[in-house]
Design a protein around this ligand. Sequence first.
Ligand code: ADP
Length: 321
Amino acid sequence: MITGAIAVMTSGGDSPGMNAAARAVVRTAISEGVRVFGIYNGYKGMLADEIVELNSRSVSDLIQRGGTFLGTARCKEFKTEEGRRKGLDNLQKHGIEGLVIIGGDGSLTGGSLLSKEGGIPIVGLPGTIDNDVWGTDYTIGCDTAANTAVDAINKLRDTASAHRRIMIVEVMGHTSGWLAMTSGIASGAEYIIVPEVKYNIDEICEDIVDSYSKGRRYTIIVVAEGACSGVGLKNVVQDKTKIDTRVSILGHIQRGGSPTLEDRIKASMLGERAALGLISGVSDVIYGFDEGKIVTINLFDSVNNTKPLDPELVRLASVLV
Ligand code: ADP
């Protein structure tokens, strides 16, 4: 049971909804009578003592904003035991008795080491557009990112159709195909290439040539960055089909923007649960979602396992795409 103070931080790649989650942590802790600190700029800020006490008003006007007001960073020094010791000392200095870490796989791995080495209670929230954290079917920001990708693909289809082009759209996702698979299905892409599913580029190209000979005006190929590079694929496809082929790399645009309703609500629910869990004495867990309900996942299990791509999405794509 924590009665003094907790802290909240965001780390790794930012994702829309991190603000909503941090806001919920802050307001829940305060309503429980527990002080709450914000650690700015991820583990880098933890080591540099960029730790500031927050109040309810510190998180006003935030729920609708993308990015993270706490800032985020990548920190090599934190990967060493000495670095983590420095971080733990700073937490102790402020009387912080527990920590909510909002971030991806790497950040949560870092959190598991803090808990193991320093004994400080840690609660993780999955914050990444990649939706690749084991044990949860949802990560904060994945819905906004997928919607952003769908919107972009819709626009690219218009111009591809006008010119009878093949459009290759490279979407993010790190090593996971979730973002490509969901945005590809939702935008009606003709082909979706993800790292988890084998594909045959010769067959795809033959199929495209055949469809153009029958009057097709456009082809959208959505490719996950973890499967292959969009530029490399463009060269192969153009060469094999002899059809004008363009590539669009959506890149960091997928990280930004105002979070969707789903991301705001789920991030808020997770933030509240994280603060309540931590304050009541829970540690070494991640809170996530499974079929619409909040679930508790062991932190070490989560960071030591790789999340597979939902086979139901793969099956659906094999029927519809
Ligand atoms: P994400 O959390 O989005 O997966 P990263 O993998 O870049 O992003 O991780 C963010 C930060 O978490 C890293 O810069 C590092 O400080 C910390 N981190 C990542 N992996 C580890 C690890 N294996 N051990 C300790 N700290 C780690």
